[in-house]
Ligand binder design. Structure first.
Ligand code: PSV
Ligand code: MN
Length: 424
């Protein structure tokens, strides 16, 4: 389904007068508003191919209607999102859930929709039908060399798919670890994993990066072989300059100071990318910004500060991606909400008065520092986001437009009500 531009233009026309009032007011408060709008227009967040269908838990999955059944339909969905918000211009594929059959056709379709290919993701956390050896006791860490080799080969295969599509990075998330004390020799598990990652690293094209994603627990509940940012950084440092740590917001123990982790990884030049989501308890995979929007702002505050300190390009020098699962929402509405929350946190971070904050820090003025941050956080910057979208030809209010134009209804008419997307 391709977005009907005339309905979008008509929608914007109905809302533009109200928007102008709000935007002018916001601009009068913020001298840097224009620059923020320009930065927002350049910023994109990749959509994971597995988040376009309704997610499930281990207790069940309640699929929604009109879900994409093929990779082509998933690309169409990302194209719809991007047409609506002008900020979702890339897709991240999980292999083997989304193996392209005809690379040239897929590339053409993506180009027509204005979307690129972000990181490709390998999957050695599930056994696939027809797979020779099982990952029940881990993949790269496995005590069995043949299983390790199978996992290495799979990752190299994923790189090959990515090269065909024009991706520039591989994300490796390993579910490896142990469920019980004594099950695993930690040192040997680390050594095997590092050896495997070295082989995968050697297969990376020159202009590629590999992201090592960590996770504190699940599916293993006693130890994870890449369990935290320290372990991920160890691997990344040992691998070399093309290896980076990937931070997934849901992969920490409760109350971890993620913004500090981000600041230090950036300082070390080893922060590669993000998987955004939100959570209350663990890896809940909820809509970004739905639970802890202030934490999300604090993370972006460190990102902007740390990237500026290294002269990095906000839009292109890190991998920005959503990694969420929606059990009770329309996936496309959820993704529109997530992208909106990320853009808002980014805009807020851009509006922090850096020199005033530095001065407050230099004077140990804790109160002034808090005032500065919370003042920005409590200023409504949504008109800046709307302005960026308007200028890019997208919708002033993404979710409102999505409902107004009955996009889901159109998808159901096209694909039917009884559809299930691949993924978890
Ligand atoms: C694991 O929980 C994870 O965050 C990894 O990024 C996977 O690739 C993704 O979720 C999808 O299952
Ligand atoms: Mn993730």
């Amino acid at each position: 389904m391709i977005l009907d531009r005339s309905s979008l233009d008509a929608f914007n026309e109905r809302h533009v007068a109200e928007h102008r009032k709000r935007y002018e007011f916001t601009r009068s408060l913020l001298p840097g508003a224009e620059a923020v709008v320009e930065k927002l227009m350049a910023f994109n967040v990749a959509i994971p191919s597995w988040a376009l269908g309704t997610g499930g838990t281990r207790f069940g999955r309640f699929s929604g209607a009109g879900e994409p059944g093929t990779l082509e339909q998933k690309l169409d969905d990302v194209g719809l999102l991007h047409a609506i918000n002008a900020s979702s211009g890339a897709v991240s594929l999980h292999i083997p859930w989304d193996i392209p059959k005809d690379y040239a056709a897929i590339r053409r379709q993506a180009a027509d929709l204005g979307i690129g290919f972000d990181a490709v993701n390998s999957n050695t956390f599930q056994d696939q039908t027809g797979q020779a050896l099982s990952y029940k006791f881990g993949s790269l860490q496995n005590v069995n060399r043949a299983i390790r080799k199978q996992a290495i080969d799979h990752n190299i295969e994923v790189i090959r798919h990515g090269v065909e599509l024009g991706s520039k990075s591989l994300t490796v998330w390993l579910s490896d670890g142990s469920c019980f004390p004594g099950q695993l020799n930690f040192r040997k598990a680390f050594g095997n994993t590092l050896e495997g990652l070295h082989e995968i690293y050697a297969a990376l094209p020159d202009d590629w990066k590999v992201f090592v994603e960590y996770k504190a627990f699940e599916p293993n509940f006693y130890s994870m072989t890449v369990g935290d940012w320290g372990q991920s950084l160890l691997y990344a440092n040992k691998l070399g300059s093309k290896a980076y740590t990937l931070v997934d917001l849901g992969h920490h123990l409760p109350n971890a100071n993620i913004e500090q982790i981000v600041a230090l990884l950036l300082m070390e030049g080893k922060l590669g990318g993000f998987h955004f989501n939100d959570s209350k308890y663990g890896d809940d995979d909820l809509t970004a910004g739905s639970m802890r929007p202030y934490q999300l702002f604090l993370i972006f505050n460190e990102l902007v500060e740390g990237m500026d300190a290294r002269g990095m390009n906000h839009a292109t020098d890190l991998g920005w991606m959503i990694d969420a699962s929606h059990n009770v929402k329309d996936p496309l509405e959820d993704l529109l909400q997530s992208v909106e929350a990320l853009m808002l946190a980014y805009a807020q971070a851009l509006c922090v008065d850096r020199s005033a904050l530095e001065a407050a820090q230099a004077n140990n003025d804790t109160v002034a520092a808090q005032e500065l941050l919370q003042d920005v956080f409590r200023t409504d910057l949504r008109p800046l986001l709307a302005e960026a979208r308007l200028r890019a030809g997208a919708a002033l209010h993404p979710v409102k437009y999505y409902r107004d134009a009955d996009i889901r209804g159109g998808l159901i008419r096209e694909r039917g009500s009884n559809t299930v997307a691949t993924g978890l």
